[in-house]
Write a protein that binds this ligand. Structure first.
Ligand SMILES: Nc1ncnc2c1ncn2[C@@H]1O[C@H](COP(=O)(O)OP(=O)(O)O)[C@@H](O)[C@H]1O
Ligand SMILES: [Mg+2]
Length: 249
């Protein structure tokens, strides 16, 4: 039988999460992320966004509901770039390949490809301490991309960099999304980041987190940086903002 190519890469079905101390973090969350989709979740602090990503990756088990996902190769990008200070950029990017026992002869080329993808060529032999925050994030992204994960989870990855650096990183993330064709699930507080990157934006309520709204983002890829100045962009961001204000209540 032919493989079902329309099956979602990640499917949450009626996911609820209650921690052992009684905190209910998530209530009845259902949505899918398919190949070619970049879904962003926005919601108030503490509403259960990180918990949701941890459930997707298997770091946490949900209390009820079903998750369907292939956990053998999921990329996870955090705000903290978590580079080893004693390793060069190249050696940091090779780390996951080492952990997966990729033959040494292949590692160099695979790492270099990822370094080129994120625009860090020329910095292979630099140590993290000599990199800017944005460059550290690029190195961290490159490390994640070496294994070509079909699903990438992003937990507020660009929250700690300045606005313009964030915009550049967003543009590069979009380029990677198109070149590498992963399915993306992204968490952010920034509505403009959410609209710029995504095919769909989901709004989560305050804890226990529920999905209270879903916005399809109608802009074609590739998206130019100027899309941010398009009135239709501002209008959609405004709708999401209003929904999020309701979600804080
Ligand atoms: N291990 C845990 N035990 C108890 N409560 C937790 C645990 N982890 C997270 N929480 C609580 O669950 C809620 C959701 O947390 P989190 O998913 O980190 O929120 P977000 O990422 O949306 O800010 C928060 O109120 C948090 O304090
Ligand atoms: Mg979080």
């Amino acid at each position: 039988m032919a493989a079902n190519t329309t099956a979602p890469t990640l499917s949450f079905q009626n996911i609820s999460m209650q921690f052992p101390d009684g905190t209910q973090a998530i209530a009845d969350v259902s949505f899918d992320v398919a190949k070619g989709e970049f879904v962003t979740v926005v919601g108030p602090s503490g509403c259960g966004k990180s918990t949701l990503l941890k459930i997707a990756s298997g770091l946490l088990n949900q209390t009820s509901g079903q998750v369907e996902v292939d956990r053998s190769n999921i990329g996870y990008v955090f705000q903290d770039a978590t580079l080893f200070p004693w390793r060069t950029v190249k050696r940091n990017v090779e780390l996951l390949l080492e952990l997966h026992n990729t033959p040494k002869a292949d590692r160099g080329n695979m790492a270099q490809r990822a370094i080129d993808l994120v625009g860090l060529n020329g910095f292979e032999n630099h140590y993290p301490k000599s990199l800017s925050g944005g460059m550290k994030m690029r190195a961290s992204l490159a490390r994640t991309l070496t294994l070509k994960p079909p699903l990438l989870l992003f937990d507020e990855p660009f929250g700690a960099v300045d606005e313009i650096t964030r915009e550049h990183l967003n543009e590069e993330t979009l380029k990677l999304f198109q070149q590498e064709r992963f399915a993306g699930l992204f968490i952010t507080h920034s509505i403009s980041e959410a609209v710029f990157l995504s095919t769909r934006v989901l709004v989560m309520s305050a804890r226990p987190g529920r999905i209270v709204a879903s916005f399809d983002v109608p802009f074609d890829y590739p998206r130019s940086p100027e899309l941010r100045f398009d009135p239709a962009f501002a209008e959609l961001a405004g709708h999401i903002n209003q929904s999020l204000r309701g979600a804080h209540a």
